[in-house]
Structure formats: C-alpha cells, structure tokens
Design a protein around this ligand. Structure first.
Ligand code: URA
Ligand code: URA
Length: 208
C-alpha cells in the first residue's frame, strides 16, 4: 500500500493551489495531447472519495471526471445507494490527463501524477476510499491481484489526518460493467450493487 502520509513536493499547497499547479503540469507525455487537465470534482474536504483510471474523451473536453457513458453509470450506481454525486463524493483519477485512444496509463505516467494524488487525498481527507479499475488498485494498494478477487474487501490504512483508519475498497470499473451487462446474481453488476451498499453503510457509520 502507498504511504498516505508521504510529504510530496506539494505538501505546502492548499486545494486551490494544487489545482492550479496540476492544471499547468507538463510532467509526462500526456500533457502533449490533452485538451484539459481533469483534476477532480466534488467537495473538499469530503468523507467519501473515488479514484478512477484516467479521463476519457468527454472528460478531456470538459475538464470534469466521469461524465461520459461510464460516468453516467457511476452516477446511477451511487444514486442506487442514496449517495448524491454532487455533494457527497469527491471524484478523481489515477492520471489527470487523457491517455491517447483511452489506453491504460503507463507506469511512468502514473508515477508522474502520483504526488498530486497523494496530496489530493491529504486535502480531501476521506474516511472511505473507493478504487475503480486496475490502475488505481495497483497505484494505491500496490496490489497485483485481479479486481475480481479483491473487490468488496475492506483494506485499512493509517492516515495522519484522523485517528480512525481510512477504509478502502476496490470495485469493478463502470467501463467494465458496460461490457458485462448481465445483472444475474453473482455477475459483476450484481456484485457492484452489493459493494456500493456496503460502502454506504460504512459512510453512514462515519457520519455518526
Ligand atoms: N473512466 C475513468 O476511469 N475516469 C473517468 O474520469 C472517466 C472514465
Ligand atoms: N478487469 C478490469 O480491467 N477492470 C475491472 O473493473 C474488472 C476486471
């Protein structure tokens, strides 16, 4: 697992300063082909944070994460558990610039973007963190096991911003669910609807 308490080069920056710095980043080749940097969306701080893979076409054009087809499915998944996307979750990605043709981000690109992600987590101060897709699972948990094996399981991490542990869960990526549409018992979609209810229970518990 990464060290959530790591002091990055951005340790002295507040959220607005981090956002501005990130928006002019040229730290990797993705900066050459992006339209906009997609830093993140949602309240800061926020009890609930989601980390996806990387911006797609719509996200690159609009500067907002998860607004294309996968994003619309994510919104539905959240709403099914009674989680309001605009006010109750901070959403970002492992890399902030769109990989060409939506390819998987390269490890050098993920590494270049990681200090932003770490500082973002420290500023958002989530109590519950959900990881969508293999790149975020690999980056945060440093876990090479397939999502299908670890999804739905809670991991705990010690963080400097609170005394309680941070609860972390991986879930199937909504793009994967778009390609596996079955809602049969035990299917990825069915499991995801179970997972998000579990997340909601944890969030309700945090709010007490
Ligand atoms: N897929 C992601 O992982 N992130 C987005 O922002 C959009 C699609
Ligand atoms: N494999 C993936 O790449 N993503 C998922 O969400 C599940 C399996």
């Amino acid at each position: 697992m990464i060290d959530f308490n790591e002091k990055t080069a951005y340790n002295d920056l507040n959220y607005d300063q981090l956002k501005t710095t990130c928006q002019s980043c040229t730290g990797c080749v993705l900066s050459e082909t992006r339209t906009q940097v997609v830093v993140g969306s949602g309240p800061v701080p926020c009890n609930f944070m989601i980390i996806g893979e990387g911006p797609g076409e719509q996200e690159d054009l609009n500067g907002v994460p998860f607004i294309g087809r996968a994003g619309q499915l994510l919104t539905k998944i959240l709403e099914s558990a009674g989680i309001q996307r605009d006010t109750e979750v901070y959403i970002t990605n492992t890399v902030k610039c769109r990989p060409p043709e939506n390819r998987t981000p390269l490890s050098a690109e993920i590494a270049a973007c990681k200090p932003y992600l770490i500082r973002q987590i420290q500023l958002v101060q989530p109590r519950v963190l959900v990881l969508l897709g293999a790149p975020s699972l690999k980056t945060i948990l440093e876990e090479m096991t397939p999502i299908s094996k670890v999804r739905g399981q809670w991991y705990k991490a010690q963080v400097d911003y609170m005394s309680e542990p941070l609860y972390i869960m991986s879930m199937f990526h909504p793009s994967f669910l778009l390609r596996h549409a079955s809602r049969e018992k035990g299917s990825p979609k069915w499991l995801t609807w179970e997972d998000i209810r579990e997340v909601k229970t944890a969030l309700d518990f945090c709010a007490i």
